[in-house]
Ligand binder design. Structure first.
Ligand code: ADP
Ligand code: SF4
Length: 671
């Protein structure tokens, strides 16, 4: 949430401190305008406004007895300085070349001169002093993820011939000096930590040690007060559960503790207390770090302490949270709808206001939206009935968790159902497909429609205008696959949903059909999944499954066992053998029940029903994260006023200089 939303940020981090996390760290905090990652949401410590902004967070964290850590950061050749317009700096003028759509830039970096290195050390020391004034207890040097100190460590980036390049001892010099200047600046009262990526270094052989990673850690062993060890790129560091299991960093970082007496902290989507305990007991780590686990459940440590493991809302590894960083918006989470809403909406993950009336609430549809709504209403004390047509709860999760790699997503259902089953004021009715007459007869005052959405066969033009449907006996949607249909091959999967469903359906169908071709108008398969760090592995998964790939293309017709495919830009046509076409395009709300109910206005009043509302996909189709938030918001807002709009708006902390007109005169207020 950066310095532009300092109160939201403080509320977000304070919640983790309240939940029992011992140290609460910032995300990356730039030390100087030569490190400008805009439009991505990075924080800054450049001036006194920034000090005051961060102090909100450190005070809030300290109030709960936790320490506050700050990740001081220089992005080097990985940033484009789009706002500051200063030349990026790198060891040898080598820049980060993002090959994925969305993160590209066209500003390359300048090779650092001796004076640039001197300046960098000065900026780090200055930022450390500011961090101390802001109240931080643990101050980081950040040598990870392609950022500047990391670039000095790797020979591919660092081709210098001076004292900072060449042998490992030289390449480590900058990191050592950054640690030393930080210690000189604040070391007597703050811990100085080193966050370092070890994946590439561990793969590099060394004459003096088992790998260059061992050599680097050996050379710096006792210099930092704390080692914080991790992987090298966002998709491997913050890996999605679709492709990577919990605790996946261990093979890369497991040696560090043997080379230092300093404590070592690591991450890797730890969700189960057993995995955490195992890594501590086996001497892999001293301290457990968690970004996603602390987002999905800020109260995870407290729940472990209190022996309430069954109450932990485990992260599902969907990486919607990381997509909020890529989207440059406040953090979102599929499992925890309250995250990011602590300050602006006043939502607490463990507390919720008591019911505002004695209304009984009927929720129709037991998918993510209905389940979350039922649970939150029941926690408020409402009498809740949740009816689901299918014999099992879960909605879309029933099918989606059966797709390759998505079983962990089942926690969205399991956690909610487990909590609901322990509440006395909830009635759960599976195998109950409710009709209008049923609902009119059930004597509930509030009715919530959470009936979800259906996939359609709608097609769009190159101008992205709807141009009708491509229906027919050989045309299917993911709903058909969910219902158990096994289309005959050769199969074409036409995906313009661009998230996970298209590539997963193709991967799944490749297990039963000889020939599956995945066609998309996007440049990549599952193009939006770049946002969730899944996309880089999707092409590999499709290749491994034997799926053919055709990008920048649209299916425009299905005739005589062939799909007619047009190039997005040239309209050049080609024909693909196709007995079955699966369209993974847009979803439409299942609106029939809601529409029929609201048409019976008089009968509703006679039945004592005072409101009918829609939530989740039945209201506006989206990802699971949207449905959960929608269900939660309904529950929070029932019988409660939200004065002044849906939420409080945050503003930066600014000791503003007067604005100037072009002629140099100061702008005065209207007074
Ligand atoms: P969301 O993501 O918004 O929760 P889902 O599609 O996951 O939506 O879930 C909607 C659920 O509603 C499905 O499990 C579906 O079986 C159920 N449902 C749809 N119509 C009815 C109905 N008339 N009565 C009971 N349940 C219904
Ligand atoms: Fe975990 Fe998904 Fe929540 Fe991120 S958004 S913390 S990956 S459940």
């Amino acid at each position: 949430m950066t310095n532009t939303m300092p109160r939201m940020r403080a509320g977000f981090r304070a919640m983790k401190a309240e939940g029992g996390w011992g140290v609460v760290c910032t995300g990356y905090v730039s030390v100087h305008p030569t490190s400008d990652d805009s439009p991505l949401p990075y924080a800054t410590l450049w001036d006194e406004n920034d000090v005051r902004s961060h102090a909100l967070m450190t005070n809030a964290v300290h109030a709960h007895g936790a320490l506050a850590g700050v990740e001081l950061w220089h992005g080097g050749g990985s940033v484009s300085n789009r706002t500051s317009r200063l030349p990026p700096l790198s060891p040898s003028g080598v820049s980060w070349m993002a090959t994925h759509v969305g993160f590209m830039g066209n500003q390359r970096s300048k090779q650092m001169e001796a004076v640039d290195i001197k300046n960098l050390l000065h900026w780090q020391a200055e930022a450390a002093r500011k961090a101390k004034r802001a109240g931080f207890d643990v101050i980081y040097v950040y040598a990870g993820m392609g950022y500047l100190p990391y670039e000095f460590l790797l020979p591919e980036w660092n081709r210098r011939t001076d004292a900072y390049g060449g042998c490992v001892a030289n390449r480590v010099r900058l990191v050592r000096e950054l640690l030393e200047v930080t210690k000189d600046a604040v070391g007597e009262s703050c811990a100085v930590a080193l966050r370092i990526s070890l994946e590439e270094l561990r793969a590099k052989p060394s004459d003096r040690a088992p790998s260059e990673a061992h050599e680097v850690v050996g050379l710096l062993a006792e210099v930092p007060d704390l080692w914080d060890v991790k992987m090298d790129s966002s998709p491997t560091d913050c890996a999605p559960s679709r492709f990577t299991p919990e605790g996946s960093h261990e093979p890369v970082i497991d040696f560090v503790k043997r080379l230092t007496s300093r404590p070592v902290v690591g991450v890797g989507r730890f969700t189960s207390p057993d995995t955490m305990v195992s890594q501590i007991k086996r001497g892999v780590l001293d301290l457990i770090g968690g970004a996603r686990p602390s987002i999905a459940d800020p109260f995870l440590p407290r729940k472990i302490n209190e022996g309430r493991e069954q109450d932990i809302r485990e992260c599902i590894g969907c990486n919607i949270c990381i997509s909020s960083w890529h989207d440059s918006v406040p953090v979102r989470c599929t499992q925890n709808p309250t995250i990011g809403e602590e300050w602006r909406r006043g939502w607490h993950p463990e507390r919720i206001a008591a019911a505002g009336s004695d209304a009984a609430v009927l929720i129709v549809g037991g998918g993510p939206a209905g389940l979350e709504c039922a649970l939150s209403l029941a926690r408020r004390g409402y009498s809740v009935s949740l009816a689901e047509a299918a014999d099992k709860f879960g909605g879309r999760l029933r099918f989606e968790t059966s797709l390759p790699g998505l079983s962990a997503w089942g926690r969205v259902l399991d956690w909610r159902l487990g909590q609901l089953q322990r509440l006395p004021n909830v009635n759960l009715y599976a195998s109950n497909k409710l009709s209008v007459e049923d609902i009119l007869g059930l004597e509930h005052q509030r009715v919530v429609i959470a009936t979800g959405a259906s996939w359609t066969c709608a097609l769009y033009s190159t101008l992205e205008i709807p141009v009708g449907e491509l229906a027919g006996p050989d045309v299917y949607t993911p709903d058909d696959i969910a219902a158990g249909v096994q289309p005959a091959g050769p199969i074409v999967v036409f995906d313009f949903d661009n998230y996970y469903m298209g590539s997963l359906v193709a991967e799944q169908l490749a297990r039963i059909a000889d020939s599956v071709t995945y066609v998309t108008p996007a440049g990549h398969a599952s193009a939006w999944a770049l946002m969730t760090n899944e996309q880089p592995q999707v092409h590999r998964a499709l290749a491994n499954a034997g799926v053919q790939l055709l990008t920048l293309s649209r299916v425009i017709a299905l005739t005589d066992g062939e799909a007619v495919v047009a190039n997005l830009f040239t309209a050049a046509k080609q024909r693909l053998a196709c007995r079955s076409l699966v369209i993974v395009g847009v979803r439409a709300p299942r609106a029939a029940l809601y529409d029929a109910l609201v048409a019976r206005r008089d009968d509703l009043a006679a039945a004592g029903i005072v409101s009918i509302d829609r939530i989740g996909d039945a209201l506006a189709p989206g990802a699971i994260v949207h449905a959960v938030h929608s269900g939660h918001r309904y529950a929070r807002e029932l019988d409660s006023a939200t004065p002044g709009g849906p939420y409080r708006r945050d503003v930066p902390i600014i000791d503003a200089p007067p604005l100037l007109y072009d002629d140099g005169t100061e702008e005065r207020s209207a007074q």
